[in-house]
Design a protein around this ligand. Structure first.
Ligand SMILES: O=C(O)C(=O)C[C@H](O)[C@H](O)COP(=O)(O)O
Length: 224
């Protein structure tokens, strides 16, 4: 059973609206990354199902998070099937992220009281996702559609909440553009965790970057 129920998770994303998206097969490195993100103020972490060791690493980071980062939710991304959703939910996933919409995955998450963030890149897909029960729809790939897409989409669908991922840059300018376009949250992966940073193991630097991004977003939200 998920530690964070969907309603609480959705609020957590709205309150801490920058979500790190990460995969690595090294458990210790992944734990260091998680702790750095937590210390910098992030409260939801998306680990992606992108490699053969995804389940093994997930099972190791779950207890680490519960012990060392008690206010952080752990989700699983890159889920396509119910079988995949099932094994990660059994391993403790608080939320399930998809690059696509699989209605059966949505239904399975709802039956198990786990927050579900399906991926959409068109208005039809966004609409379908909400009809299937998604409270926050992931817009992916963000760098392809751009902030203008979110702004225009909010015209006919002002109440739909979106989290954009894919190519989101960890800079103030990029955050300003996305949040002023109307996103509820953003996810960021490769640009927040460049290979050079992971190789140098400068986790203090990561905490510092995360803290300044979170502070900047807090400022953007309070201006609204
Ligand atoms: O597959 C999923 O379920 C995902 O969540 C996809 C990720 O959001 C992006 O791969 C992150 O993109 P970058 O920030 O460009 O690294």
């Amino acid at each position: 059973m998920a530690f964070f129920q969907p309603k609480i998770l959705n609020q957590l994303l709205a309150d801490f609206p920058v979500v790190p998206v990460f995969y690595h097969e090294d458990i210790a490195l992944t734990q260091n990354v998680i702790k750095a993100c937590y210390d910098g103020g992030m409260r939801a972490f998306e680990f992606t199902n992108r490699g053969a060791k995804a389940l093994e690493v997930f099972k190791a980071i779950y207890p680490f998070i519960r012990e060392q980062c008690p206010e952080m939710a752990l989700g699983i991304g890159t889920i396509f099937t119910v079988e995949q959703a099932k094994i990660f939910i059994e391993a403790g996933a608080d939320f399930v992220v998809q690059p696509v919409i699989t209605a059966e995955v949505g239904a399975f998450c709802q039956e198990n009281a786990v927050a579900w963030f399906p991926g959409a890149a068109t208005l039809n897909e966004i609409y379908s996702a909400t009809q299937l029960g998604a409270e926050i729809v992931k817009i992916f790939p963000g760098n392809v559609v751009g902030p203008g897409f979110v702004k225009s989409m909010k015209g006919p669908m002002p109440n739909v909440k979106v989290m954009v991922t894919g190519g989101v840059e960890p800079t103030e300018e990029s955050l300003k553009q996305w949040f002023s376009a109307g996103v509820t949250a953003v996810g960021m992966g490769s640009q927040l965790f460049p290979a050079s940073l992971l190789a140098s193991a400068k986790f203090d630097e990561l905490t510092h970057t995360v803290a300044s991004l979170m502070k900047y977003v807090e400022g953007l939200k309070s201006k609204k």
